[in-house]
Design a protein around this ligand. Structure first.
Ligand code: 13P
Length: 345
């Protein structure tokens, strides 16, 4: 495969495909496993991810790239094949989450706001991940909307860290996924769609300014933003069409056309909402960048439930994963319809 950053970024957002976010930290995957009542052991984590990466139909046809966690990029399948090789054999690109998590931002809003850590030693870690097969990386910043938040201090600190991370990635010949996530869930999530628009616009402007200052080549990156959507606890939810329109409007106002692709996070949307919103945006047409998915929960929830930690359920779980991946693949082309969900049920 080509090693040019531009080509890798393009391949990550290839038409009809999107990115599987399977980079849950050990703490986050515990929450997912708790929901199906299975123990969070290294073997179970391996078995679960091996099940996903061996889903030939989903992986070959709809998944351009997979984001891994440090443990997973070093892990082997039951038969000894490195998990990274399963991904490459399926024609997909392995990548790695390199941030060390969002930590309380010191200052008056430290109970609410977070800043992502992980820049120390990142140059060396990127060199090792490259050797292990990673051709792209991910760094997630979180912005919380609450009374008086976000503060400019929080937006600025996170945007700056994202740019420093992205520049280090490109130096290591690794495509950075730049992920500034304005949260839609959590205890403060009562904001409406207008407030989400305002904060997302502010955040993206700050991020692209920092990327410019750091001389990050926009052609060799992928943006992973939230959609413009009301908070989960807001009594007034916007219609799917409004979410699609406001999101595209906000991105057009802030994301340069040199960026090859935008791959959304699902952020707490249901599986079908995440698919519908993406499809409606692509159906609008006339977009300067590719718009696709980089979902964690909204791609895996059905497969996780069908699997339930049992080897006899692997085939059913792979079918569930393939269905969700196909629906999102169609959404990336603007061709998803609600009736396609019923056809599979
Ligand atoms: P969700 O799609 O579950 O929000 O996860 C995507 C992701 O990678 C968040 O960093």
């Amino acid at each position: 495969m080509t090693e040019r950053l531009e080509d890798i970024a393009q391949a990550m957002v290839a038409p009809g495909k999107g990115i599987l976010a399977a980079d849950e930290s050990t703490g986050t995957i515990k929450k997912r496993f708790d929901s199906i009542g299975i123990e969070n052991t290294e073997e179970n984590r391996r078995n679960y991810r091996e099940m996903l990466f061996r889903s030939t139909d989903a992986m070959r046809n709809y998944i351009s790239a997979v984001i891994l966690y440090d443990e997973t990029i070093r892990q082997k399948a039951k038969d000894g094949t490195p998990l990274v090789d399963l991904i490459k054999t399926a024609g997909s690109i392995p990548g790695i989450k390199v941030d060390k998590g969002a930590k309380a931002l010191a200052g008056p809003t430290s109970k609410i706001e977070k800043v992502t850590e992980g820049l120390d030693g990142l140059r060396e870690r990127l060199a090792e991940y490259y050797e292990l097969g990673a051709r792209f990386a991910k760094w997630r910043a979180v912005i919380t909307i609450a009374d008086g938040c976000p503060t400019w201090n929080c937006v600025k600190a996170n945007a700056h860290a994202l740019a420093r991370y992205a520049a280090l990635c490109q130096e290591a010949n690794i495509v950075p996924i730049v992920e500034p996530e304005v949260l839609m869930d959590g205890e403060h999530s009562t904001h409406d769609i207008d407030r989400c628009y305002e904060v997302t616009e502010w955040t993206l402007r700050a991020v692209f300014e920092e990327l410019y200052d750091a001389r990050v080549r926009l052609e060799g990156m992928v943006l992973k933003p939230n959609m413009v959507i009301a908070g989960q606890k807001c009594p007034k939810q916007a219609s799917p069409q409004e979410v699609a329109e406001r999101t595209v409007q906000c991105l057009k106002a802030t994301v340069p056309a040199a960026v090859p692709g935008i791959a959304f996070l699902s952020g707490g949307q249901t599986d079908e909402q995440a698919t519908e919103h993406l499809s409606l945006m692509n159906a609008m047409g006339n977009l300067p960048w590719k718009l696709t998915f980089s979902y964690g929960r909204a791609l895996q929830a059905a497969a996780l439930k069908a699997w339930g930690g049992k080897s006899e359920n692997v085939a059913a779980a792979q079918r569930a994963f393939a269905h969700r991946a196909k629906m999102n693949g169609l959404a990336s082309l603007g061709r998803w319809e609600p009736s396609l969900e019923k056809a599979a049920a």
